[in-house]
Design a protein around this ligand. Structure first.
Ligand code: PGA
Length: 231
């Protein structure tokens, strides 16, 4: 069964979250996950869908202003968390070490984790893609191995929010490389939309999708879930 996760980023407060959830009817045969911002998690949990946070701290509690811990998420009824999204790496200085620490703590606490990896355009163009992916994946692997609640997401940075998705060949190649390093399900992320969902999700080794922009509209996200369910 494919896993289709909607990463809402900093969109949708509780009111819009409730409106979305009221109208969201994912089909059978796909695992749909919603990842709202923290202030909307409780509302989303009430809907009964599988809910992931967009980040999680590595300590259970402490003097970490602005952060949220795994036990807090579990208390709320949240099922998992994204870690290491490229926007966190790019704008908030997340390092591989921080991503690994967040992943370990979240898994040990009982959450599921989608850990994101992916190369930038410069890294791809200068032939560094394999090195970059290896370092990012091995940071997680060295910390937790092939944990049963761990999923990776291959999100080439140049494809995120740009409308320019990886080609199916590029996705297949990257997923095979990642799975050769760590044998867990791997989602593809980066400009997934209804128009390209089928070809990307049909590729070997593409176990689902992490969808940003196209997950904000309930009809578009439902249609992507339906596409995945029908494969
Ligand atoms: P996008 O975002 O689908 O808007 O490219 C994907 C992501 O950042 O997870």
């Amino acid at each position: 069964m494919k896993l289709i996760a909607g990463n809402w980023k900093m969109f949708k407060g509780p009111r819009e979250t409730r409106e979305f959830c009221d109208r969201f009817h994912p089909p059978e045969g796909v695992e749909a996950v919603l990842c709202p911002p923290d202030v909307s998690l409780a509302t989303a949990v009430e809907s009964g869908f599988t809910i992931f946070a967009q980040n999680v701290h590595w300590a259970a509690d402490g003097a970490y202003t602005g952060e949220i811990s795994a036990p807090m998420l579990l208390e709320l009824g949240v099922d998992g968390a994204i870690v290491g999204h490229s926007e966190r790496r790019q704008y908030f200085g997340e390092t591989d070490e921080m991503v690994a620490r967040r992943t370990v703590t979240a898994l040990e606490a009982g959450l599921r984790v989608i850990a994101c990896v992916g190369e930038s355009l410069e890294e791809r163009q200068s032939g560094q893609m394999a090195v970059v992916l290896r370092v990012q994946v091995e940071a997680v692997k060295d910390a937790v191995g092939d944990h049963e609640r761990l999923v990776l997401a291959y999100e080439p940075v140049w494809a995120i929010g740009t409308g320019q998705n990886a080609t199916p060949d590029q996705a297949r190649e990257a997923h095979a490389f990642i799975k050769g390093l760590l044998d867990v399900p791997v989602l593809y992320g980066g400009s997934v939309k209804l128009e390209n969902a089928e070809e990307l999700l049909s590729e070997d080794g593409v176990d689902g999708a992490l969808v940003g922009g196209a997950s904000l509209d309930v009809e578009s996200f439902t249609a992507i879930c339906r596409t995945a369910a029908n494969l």
